[in-house]
Ligand binder design. Sequence first.
Ligand code: GLY
Ligand code: MN
Ligand code: MN
Length: 463
Amino acid sequence: MFSAKTYASRREVLRTKIGSGVILLPGNMPAPNNYPNNTYYFRQDSSFLYYFGLNIPSLVGVIDADTGEEMLFGDDFTVEDIIWTGPQPTLRELGAQVGIAAAHPMAELEKHLRKAIAQGRRIHYLPPYRGETKLQLSELLGIAPARLHEHKSVDLMLAVAEMREAKSAEEIDELERAFRIGYDMHTLAMKMCRPGVVEREIAGAIEGVAKSAGAGVSFPSIVSQHGETLHNLCADGVLEEGRLLLCDAGGETVGNYCSDHTRTYPVSGRFTPKQREIYEIVLAAHDRVAAIVKPGMMYTDIHNAACLTLAEGLVGAGLVRGSAEDAVAAGAMTLFMPHGLGHGLGMDVHDCEAMGERSFDFSSIADRAAESATCIYRAAWRVRPGTVMSDEPGIYFIPALIDKCRAEGLYRGIVDYDRLDSYRDFGGIRIEDDLLLTDTGCRIIGDRKIPVTVDELEAVVGK
Ligand code: GLY
Ligand code: MN
Ligand code: MN
């Protein structure tokens, strides 16, 4: 947690940006797993954390943009609660930790909001992504859960995304701490990797590192010899000589900042010439991005620069014919890398994604999204100092996708499908680091390097 001053000044900036109305920021509630008292590990909502800092369930923060009044709603723990949880601070004490004097019982929130609604004031809220929060907002605002998205505040979404996008020095320190957890996770995975080990043994061990060094994993770890399956959560495979292991994993600090790295390496500890050739292409794309990214660049240009490097390499490997530029222009790289180059990173491993991409139709606000320049809408994302983004190119040989493209006659004359046949059991390679935009360029987050070159990996895998 940062100082009360940090949260107070963030709220003040937000209030100024929004100008009028009531800003309603619900924190998360406990989410039951298989019965009410056995909940998933609690994860606070990142926007609530950003403005109210409290990693405690069932709180709601309110900022009156007209008057500047700030309120925390929640319920003090009863003796019945404390029997199970131990002594807890009061709501008033919690509020004081983050610079808020006004603490009210949750039952008063509905009255407060209903009064504001009756006065014709706008209630600004972000699109909810959890069932419990949808029901809470529905009750508070008198809007059916299915219609909540129609009334969400685009003004608030853009303002919050803009603020969360530009990381402060103290946030960057947190991201460096998250890197160190990721470093320990990945180097342990490399050491454990050898024939006969089960993928889940590695996944479990590195998730234990994340849990003991911080708040746990920033997303479920991907530890698989089927690296061609982008988010492969099945870790039942037994490591085999001759195959590649892809490990995409990250940790979260106690302050809830995330890391996200991927490394791919041979189970045997030695790349075959065929694996090495494809690996070097992906690494060249990764390194190219880290070398060219600077403030003011559009995300799409960064993505296309990575695709061009991949295409140049694939032409060299004989899998793509003609010029690399033509292959990229024809969209042929989507057969090899069917995902975007990267995403924002911060308190969410895909930062602000609860507000972006999948949460609404951007066609109506594309211009405003472009003006805001945040990762909320990647097609209009312009990176700037303080932006943190992942750099994660890959080459994947996905039999189902290859067959589909071939059957549909896509990229004919560009992709050498006959040659591609001998890669059907290759798997996939992804290499991922987290970049911080500086005033003039970017740097990879971290005070050391997770082994990444062929030589570096061969020196540590299975050792
Ligand atoms: N962890 C999924 C990703 O790299 O975006
Ligand atoms: Mn990742
Ligand atoms: Mn990522």
